[in-house]
Design a binder for this molecule. Sequence first.
Ligand code: PEP
Ligand code: MG
Length: 622
Amino acid sequence: MSRTEPRAALHPRPVLAKGPYRPEPEATSGERVIPGIPVSEGVAIGPVFGASEPNAEIAPRRIAAVEVEAEIGRLEAAVLQSRRQLGKLRARLVVLPEEAQSEIAPLIDAYVRMIGPSRLTRGIRRRIAEGLQSAETAVVGECEAIAGQIIAASPDQMGEEDRASRDRRAEEVREIGRRLVRNLTRQPFRSFAHLPPGAVLVSEALRPADAALIDPSRLAGVAADEGGPDGHTAIMLRALGVPAVLGAIGLSQAARSGDVAVVDGAAGRVVLNPTEETLAGARRQVAAFARARQKLARLRRLPAATEDGQVIELQANLEIPAELPLIAQAGAVGIGLLRSEFLFMNRETIPDETAQAETYRAVIEAMEGDPVTIRVLDWGGEKEIDALVSAGLVPELSDTNPALSLRGIRLLLRRPELFEAQLAAILRAGVAGPVRVLLPMVTCVAEVRAARETFERVVRRLRRRNERLPDPLPAIGIMVETPGAALSADALALEADFFAIGTNDLAMYTLAVDRSESSVAHLYDPLHPAVLRLVQFATEAALRLRKPVSVCGEMASNPKLTPLLLGLGLRSFSMNASAVPRVKQAVRGLATDSCARFARRVMEQSDPERIGELVAEFGTAG
Ligand code: PEP
Ligand code: MG
């Protein structure tokens, strides 16, 4: 039972007007440099758009008595998630200077206290159980009531300072309410609807699904407290060509909407309120970057061939259709990795077979005969897909270990209806041009066999339906992105038609380092000999059986690593479109025999740091 009531908001002021609450009067002043992880090159200068302010508007809703238990359960989950988020924020503060810590930590502690056993949470529960209000309604109602009491209880005659402190306490209650509502409604932490053109987006955390909503033409740069170098958010930002710094701890608390910020995506730092001198330097960098990009663009029509005439395949990774024009501009020859999960994000329902087929067909047609490798759905990792949760197909990411549970092919084999619809869509779209199917997160031969059986079943079904099918049928390859797959590459090469080496996950799983976690970013090193040995083993296994093998992880987009990868025998790479010209330039200046000698030297090393030095030296020598 529900009844319509006027919409309520936790805060009357316009939503998304500014970042998280900080005492009002004092504007940030003086240059402040916040270091972070460089994830997408280029320099951006613009006003801060603090994206932490949620849209906390909700329609008040009544519930039936039988729903009380479920509603309390939702509240508990939202409280738990809020506590996790705040705990994460708090833990990160240790790397900040003491002064900054003592500014931010008490605020986070106050939030944590409020969602502990507190007057606030007791009041919310009472509103649900006795007032039969939905959890969101109860949160908004209770927070507004407490904030109102704080304001009302203060004496009429009070000084400026007391008034500011009173307003701050009331605002803290509203802020924690907004966090709870966000977690209850599963709203992303931000909306980009009010993003002013040329702004620098500053956020506590940016999910891949949020990054997929960014319009690069409207945005100067992005910076966030959380995130790692090769997480999917970083990958999306690179793909969109937006200068970005992640893992800039303390940034979202330090920045205020309207502050001027410089995001240096090469050096990995954010400067708030830059001095005139810093600004002038940043402007010079912006101009230099634009010139370098223009120069690289001239390579577009030149072949990607080494000095000794070996033609190297340079393809693009595609995350969202908005990148399609960039692929043609970059001179990539086809798509080596279409991450299809982005088709399933930011929507309420799962796209059906026909909707998927139309999207794939549009991409294939846009490639005008160049091959397209479509990776089937890779749910898991940090890729949240609400539509799958709503359909009851997967648990909430926070209720599972998303890196080690039903990720990738495991989910598809468990949910054949999902897999079959996607395979059917690819097959139908495949009449428009050359297409291949790529299986994510494979760890054993049985998975490839089972996937092939499903594929053949779908082919038979489509034939019965008299659908036109591609001839020949698409090849079925696998991502080699777990140590298990890499070490069984000789067996897997007998089953799979091709390999795509996913160095992002391969590094993560080999080194046990979360690729999107800033606190362990310094340990995430694809040049670790363990990772390189797995790449080598998998490459050689494929080459022995004459199976095509490519690298589609972020290693492929780093021109400094091109000599090493060529030296290991690789001849095909797929990367974010904007990296193609740089890698092509590197390829054109290399000879494969000297790369092979260099790779042999590298593979003798046991120290990742030494390998890093050798790579840097080769880069300068070459
Ligand atoms: C990889 O793991 O290297 C890869 C290319 O896949 P994703 O980044 O989508 O996990
Ligand atoms: Mg992967």
